[in-house]
Write a protein that binds this ligand. Structure first.
Ligand SMILES: [Zn+2]
Length: 492
């Protein structure tokens, strides 16, 4: 087993290494940009599903911070501070608008001078969200008033989602000005949602501003080789792979290799894949970029290719899709406990009953994946089959999945499913000796052996992508070759 890091991407996001610092430093900048340049963008982590609504008093946009990569964006939303309606009724709409405009103009100027001075240091208080909590309960606990709650809830709902969906155990940081112990009002609020997203509310001259600051992960390429000792899963773990990468590798080669049946001791694999880092700490795995699997002396290679619409798929070096109309196995990491056998004695009924499918034994709750694109033709309890799903794959093919412990949540009859999509979970409902999937494959209504039936051919890579694919694939193929040489040289 070998692991060596190939490429270390630049540390371009070091600026985000201290989010509080970032917050203070860019507070003025973000604010100034809102008043001036508002750049709509649809790229990046949070931008894609942003509708960018706007009205007289409300803006919600994705803003490009100059000098920062386009993918590191700040989503902001602000609304002029709303005076509670009781006081408000005295003003006509016209006056109100005029006042707001005057306010905005004034604050534009004061902010330029503001930044010349040091921003005040806030008193920060940490509040842990309890079950059933909301802002009206949380704010008073820290001496804040209903007016603060009111003003914040006046912001666009989309912009303050984290505050509307508080989760027990979350930490809210509340910032107030020092020396305001009696009449405190909220100056800033922060919730770290996950390592990549932090939500901020900031008090500006004209009202509160909510924003989401997202960080980009540092992507580094990793290459790993391994040899099968016992199971694919254990050998993968030994080679330092995560569950996710092992599953993906099994999925990529799942059309050519039946991992439950064909795997042998001494089979080998090589993987080139992305790892995600944040502040030099690994936070997860990205996509497999290239892979090789040698099964019983036969070598398969797969290269990831992303088309112009951003869809990534795996192709053989010749440009044939790794993905075929059907995968051989619906439970990649399992073992076959019973094969297709027209003359078998039923293990529970003890009578001569043909076994017209294949049984895959795995732990209760293991996901069962649709072997092909199709439609849910049946979902329900079916005698000895227990909880069963039947998929129809257009025309002559149907597949059946029995003994499920439960169905995939939200799945309905008539619904379309994609190949590889989870449709249910391993169980032992109906007549079953233990947790397993009973899987049947029918062609024109006739049961066929899922392990040997001739499956429809693979889709080729569209002609228009051939050149691009060759360009992308060549260096990866060279890398896979080199990986082999390294191993031979190292003598393992
Ligand atoms: Zn069976």
């Amino acid at each position: 087993m070998k692991r060596n890091r190939l490429v270390r991407s630049s540390k371009h996001n070091a600026i985000f290494s201290d989010s509080v610092n970032y917050f203070t430093r860019y507070r003025y900048l973000a604010h100034f940009i809102i008043l001036g340049v508002i750049v709509f963008s649809s790229t990046g982590f949070i931008g894609s599903n942003d509708e960018g609504t706007g009205s007289m008093t409300l803006h919600s946009n994705v803003i490009d911070l100059p000098g920062l990569p386009a993918t590191e964006q700040v989503k902001t939303s602000y609304r002029p501070e709303t005076v509670p309606p009781v006081i408000n009724t005295a003003l006509s709409t016209e006056t109100e608008t005029a006042l707001q405009q005057a306010e905005v103009t004034a604050s534009e100027q004061t902010h330029v001078t503001d930044t010349q001075q040091n921003a005040p240091d806030f008193n920060w208080e940490e509040i842990i969200v309890k079950a059933g909590d909301n802002l009206s309960l949380i704010f008073p606990r820290s001496g804040l008033t209903a007016r603060d709650v009111y003003n914040i809830t006046q912001l666009e709902k989309d912009a303050i989602k984290p505050l509307l969906n508080l989760k027990p155990g979350q930490t809210i940081h509340l910032g107030t000005l020092p020396g305001e112990e009696d009449g405190k009002s909220l100056e800033a609020l922060k919730i770290v949602l996950n390592p990549l997203e932090t939500f901020y509310v900031d008090k500006l001259e004209m009202g509160y501003e909510a924003k989401m600051v997202t960080r980009d992960v540092d992507v580094r390429q990793q290459q790993v080789t391994g040899e099968i000792e016992n199971s694919l899963f254990l050998s993968g773990l030994t080679a330092g792979l995560s569950d996710k990468v092992i599953m993906e590798m099994a999925y990529i080669f799942g059309w050519d290799i039946d991992f439950a049946l064909d795997l042998r001791k001494g089979d080998r694999f090589k993987l080139i894949y992305d790892e995600h880092f944040l502040d030099d700490e690994k936070i997860g795995d990205g996509e497999i970029l290239a892979a090789e699997f040698t099964n019983r002396g036969k070598t398969f290679r797969a290269i990831r290719f992303t088309d112009s619409e951003g869809r990534g798929q795996y192709y053989s070096p010749e440009g044939h899709s790794m993905r075929k109309t059907f995968t051989r196995t619906p439970v990649p990491l399992s073992r076959i406990s019973s094969r297709f056998n027209p003359n078998r004695k039923h293990p529970v009924l003890k009578t001569n009953r043909p076994h017209r499918g294949v049984d895959y034994a795995a732990k209760t709750g293991t996901p069962i994946l649709a072997t092909g694109d199709g439609k849910v033709a049946f979902k329900g309890t079916k005698g000895g089959y227990g909880r069963t799903v039947i998929l129809s794959h257009g025309g002559k093919y149907t597949t059946l999945y029995a003994h499920m412990s439960r169905y995939k949540k939200g799945m309905r009859t008539g619904q379309r499913v994609r190949q590889g999509q989870t449709i249910g979970y391993i169980g032992s409902s109906g007549l079953a000796t233990g947790p397993h999937l009973h899987y049947e494959f029918r062609v024109n209504g006739v049961h066929r052996n899922p392990l040997t039936v001739a499956l429809p051919k693979a889709q080729p890579l569209p002609k228009k992508y051939q050149t691009d694919f060759k360009e992308q694939a060549t260096p990866f193929l060279a890398q896979l070759d080199a990986l082999q040489e390294t191993n031979i040289a190292a003598g393992d």
